[in-house]
Structures are given as C-alpha cells and as structure tokens.
Design a protein around this ligand. Structure first.
Ligand SMILES: Cc1cc2nc3c(=O)[nH]c(=O)nc-3n(C[C@H](O)[C@H](O)[C@H](O)COP(=O)(O)O)c2cc1C
Length: 171
C-alpha cells in the first residue's frame, strides 16, 4: 500500500504540551473536505504500545500546527521520526528553528514554506493500533512570494514514496 499509493503528502506536525514542543512527520495524511477544511492523519502506536506524543498532545490541547517538508529540511524531518520520551522535545534536541505566527497555536518550523493551524475535530475508530484523527484547518501561513493575487500557490513540498522522499516536478 505505501509503495503503491504514492506520493503521500507529509504532515510535519508541531504540538505543545506545557512548553514541551513536539514535532513528528506523518504520511498517512490527506485532505478530506474543503468546506469545512478538514484533513485526516492516521497515527499509530509507539513500539512499546503507548500513544504517540503527537496524538496525546492533540487530544490534550486540541491544537496542532502542520508544517511541510521540502528538500532543504528533509534530514530534520527524518530525525523527528525518532521516538523520544514524552517530556523530550525534538525541536530542542535537533535545534530546529521555530517561530510563533499565531498566538493560540503551536509555532511553525521556520523552514516550512506553508503551515496549517488546526484544531481537533474528531477521531475515527478503527480496529488495530491506528487512530485516524480529523483536524480542522482554521488558518494558513504561506510565504509571501509563494502565493499570487489569484491565490495560486507554489510550494516545493516533498512526498513519501514507500520509505523514500521524492520531490515533485512540473510535467
Ligand atoms: C516520512 C515519515 C512518515 C511517517 N508517517 C507516519 C504515519 O503516517 N503514522 C504514524 O503513526 N507514524 C508515522 N511515521 C513515524 C512517526 O513520525 C514516529 O513514530 C514518531 O516518533 C512519532 O513521534 P511522536 O511520538 O513525537 O508523535 C512517519 C515517519 C516518517 C519519517
């Protein structure tokens, strides 16, 4: 499945638990509706069977900021897949530069070209270890020169193909 349904977008999700900033990538991620603007992300369990920090933080704070990897920060994205203890921050450990753009949402990763400020909407119960979480996009950040007056955007995101990253090219 992950080698055939490609490329998958990657949500690089920043959440906050009392000042401990968490960042992790998720590629079982896709938009499901424009109005309301909803995305879904499927979050599995840690190897020890406990909840991933991203899910725990979303359920606790109801907020998430979704950033997007590009070819210049893809190594950091990979590092953020490390399973750190709940009280450890990927942002601190890997010295990732972040910036507060919206007061009541987690900060954006400074190297992202766009970011979605989301609130928890729902979860979809499925059998097994995965929790598909629906998030509602309330606001969007985009770099000035990446959007034109007709709201057309140019974002250089990379996607996930199997276990590798692929850049997108125009055809
Ligand atoms: C590109 C990429 C995509 C990933 N996609 C998912 C995913 O869709 N669902 C998931 O549960 N884990 C996914 N992972 C693994 C998580 O990033 C990893 O388990 C991470 O430690 C979770 O962090 P957290 O506990 O801080 O939330 C992915 C990893 C990478 C590198």
């Amino acid at each position: 499945m992950s080698g055939s349904i490609v490329p998958r977008p990657i949500a690089w999700i920043v959440t906050d638990d009392n000042g401990v900033l968490n960042a992790a990538p998720f590629s079982y991620f896709i938009p499901i509706s424009t109005n309301p603007a909803l995305v879904i992300v499927a979050i599995g369990k840690k190897d020890d069977g406990t909840q991933k920090d991203t899910l725990a933080n979303i359920l606790k704070t109801k907020k998430a900021t979704i950033c997007f990897p590009n070819k210049d920060n893809v190594e950091l994205v990979q590092k953020c897949a490390a399973q750190l203890p709940k009280d450890a921050s990927e942002i601190e450990k890997f010295e990732i530069d972040v910036r507060k753009e919206m007061q009541s949402y987690p900060p954006i990763i400074s190297s992202t070209q766009t970011a979605l400020f989301c609130e928890y909407y729902d979860t979809y119960n499925v059998e097994g270890d995965t929790t598909p979480v629906i998030l509602k996009i309330n606001f969007q950040y985009i770099e000035d020169d990446r959007i034109n007056e007709r709201n057309h955007t140019k974002i250089d995101s990379v996607g996930r193909v199997g276990v590798t990253f692929k850049a997108m090219i125009d055809l």
